[in-house]
Design a binder for this molecule. Structure first.
Ligand code: ZN
Ligand code: ZN
Length: 149
């Protein structure tokens, strides 16, 4: 699908990490997978996709934890704030996404779907009218979120 990228800025809680990027603010999603739950310490990770190659760090860079064969998660080594998910393979750069709470204006972001809804916590109700994809729908899920760049 086509979407318009908007300039955004953001950073971590302590201010050590500051970034600028172009984000697809209406193409956010909630990922309920167990890795995202552990990584955030929350019921889900809510992120927005960014335009490949637009993410720029203004002072310090995140520290990364390689959380799976497909990607790594960036966080501030000082305050621990989660910032970014990045693909291991540069060809998957379109999947780079920013944690929505790290944006300076998070209210401008909107989520478009749920991922890994099979592990959504039953009491965590969020935009329940949006499409939900389960683990076995992986290809459909990727097809749905992919933005033509
Ligand atoms: Zn920090
Ligand atoms: Zn996840």
């Amino acid at each position: 699908m086509k979407a318009k990228a908007t300039p955004v800025s953001g950073g971590c809680l302590c201010g050590r990490i500051r970034y600028e990027a172009e984000a697809f603010l209406d193409r956010g999603y909630a990922c309920h997978c167990s890795i995202c739950q552990k990584s955030t310490g929350q019921p889900a990770e809510i992120t927005v996709l960014i335009k490949a190659g637009t993410l720029r760090y203004l002072n310090d860079v995140p520290k990364y934890y390689v959380s799976s064969s497909v990607g790594k998660r960036g966080f501030c080594s000082e305050c621990g704030s989660r910032i970014v998910w990045q693909a291991s393979d540069p060809r998957d750069d379109w999947m780079t996404n920013l944690c929505v709470g790290s944006l300076d204006r998070p209210s401008e972001a909107k989520i478009a779907c749920h991922m890994y809804a099979d592990t959504q916590l039953p009491w965590y109700k969020l935009c329940e009218d949006l499409p939900k994809f389960c683990e076995q729908d992986f290809d459909a899920m990727m097809e749905f979120i992919r933005v033509d760049q």
